[in-house]
Design a binder for this molecule. Sequence first.
Ligand code: NAD
Length: 483
Amino acid sequence: MNLANEWLATPPAGQLVAGREMAGGGKPFDIDDPGRATRIAVLSSAGPHDVDAAVRSARAAFESGPWSRASSNERQRLVNQLADLVLRDRELLAELEVLETGKPLPEARACVDEVVAVLRYYAGWADKVEGAVIAAPNEYHAFTTPTPLGVCAAIVPWNYPLSILSYKLAPALAVGNTVVIKPSELTPLGSLHLARLATEAGFPPGVVNIVTGAGDVGAALAAHPGIDKLAFTGSTATGRKVMAAAAANTTRVSLELGGKSAHIVFPDADLGLAAAAVVEGIFTNAGQVCVAGSRLLVHRDSHDSFVAAVVDRANGIKVGHGLEPDVQMGPVVSGRQRATVTDELKAAVRNGATIVTGGAELSREGYFLAPTVVTDIEPTSSLAQQELFGPVLSVLPFETEEEAVRIANGTPYGLAAGLWTQNLTRAHRMNRELAAGTVWVNTFGVFHPTLPFGGVRGSGFGRELGASALAHYTEPKTTVIGL
Ligand code: NAD
């Protein structure tokens, strides 16, 4: 805790533009520790002028100066250098992530490690993104050159602030773009430190800029005509607004949005492993995970015993402040978020749902909820349809494969699905049918820099991570030479 406290003793001004830290021209806003419901920092929000200055600084750095002439090896060196500095400050960044988000320290450390891995992965790509010689008609010699886009805006949510930022920052920088970051107003601190580290790593001024504040700052960024690409992660509702704003300037967008992922369990699965994965899949980060397996679809033959095993495990979860030893689940991020979850549970109970375990706020400081499992829910009910972003598992029984697919696909989302069965052909059959950007079979929640990640339908479009994400940060320039 000492590291974060020391850091917070002189908190950053709030904006980093053209290599200089400065206070924003907007209103002050508080950053709270959700595990104690106390304020830990106050920043001044960016005003419209600051957003404009950040975009201009990113444009200037892209078009002139050392970054515009940096070789692929130089970009690679700098992105790797940033990874080294993140690793050096691992403990500080992890503590800040605990204080801002509420997640347990080991999970926060894993997030920082993921940032390092993602930076290194894309650093590795910097000198491997190549064009092609095209088989054009004989009287021409034609080739393509992958060209960076220019100024990339990264708008990030609060649940995994550093990891999700790295999914955008690392590929953008590796191929030569400049970046303006807008973290969530709930969790800007770690991102501000990361931006400082980019300066320390040697990125020229203006290559990495950060503006902080609430949705108005994000809206100003999304609507700015100087942005060439907008990478957004957040709720489906905000994603639609962002896309509409970007349309006015024909800005490219990639959208990583909400989810209501189904975890489907057949009786032939290893049910012990499946129960552990179902519990981890929903209660990690107190259910505030875009891919949270918030719907358990379990075959009627094993429904009762499987639900009992899940409840047993859920009751064993140690809930507490993320810095307390052995804590497995922290609070939800805010009082508002907790009220949303409890209101939704009350409405579900009024409509006939049964809370098998949990359902209550914990009587301690901070925004804590007990791990909750709910049965007797209609697949069409709000609890089974809408992303809740809390530690609540909705259980839905099924009898046939077809029914499982119908329920799994029967929401507006399509981010991820989990499938537990030893039957290989069934796994392949269902994999084809499930409307999801990722299907995990006999495992759940596996993320890796090499694995493309994203959604279909209301969960967005475009993929982050993996080699394919590089295509979102370059365009091929076609050159045709008459012979
Ligand atoms: P949110 O949509 O409220 O906010 C996301 C970001 O957008 C924040 O930085 C916010 O300040 C900004 N913002 C708000 N209004 C804006 C506007 N009008 N224009 C531009 N920017 C605006 O989401 P949240 O509550 O921070 O995060 C939770 C959501 O994020 C959940 O729906 C979750 O599923 C989703 N999420 C998705 C993924 C994924 O990869 N698919 C990953 C994590 C979280």
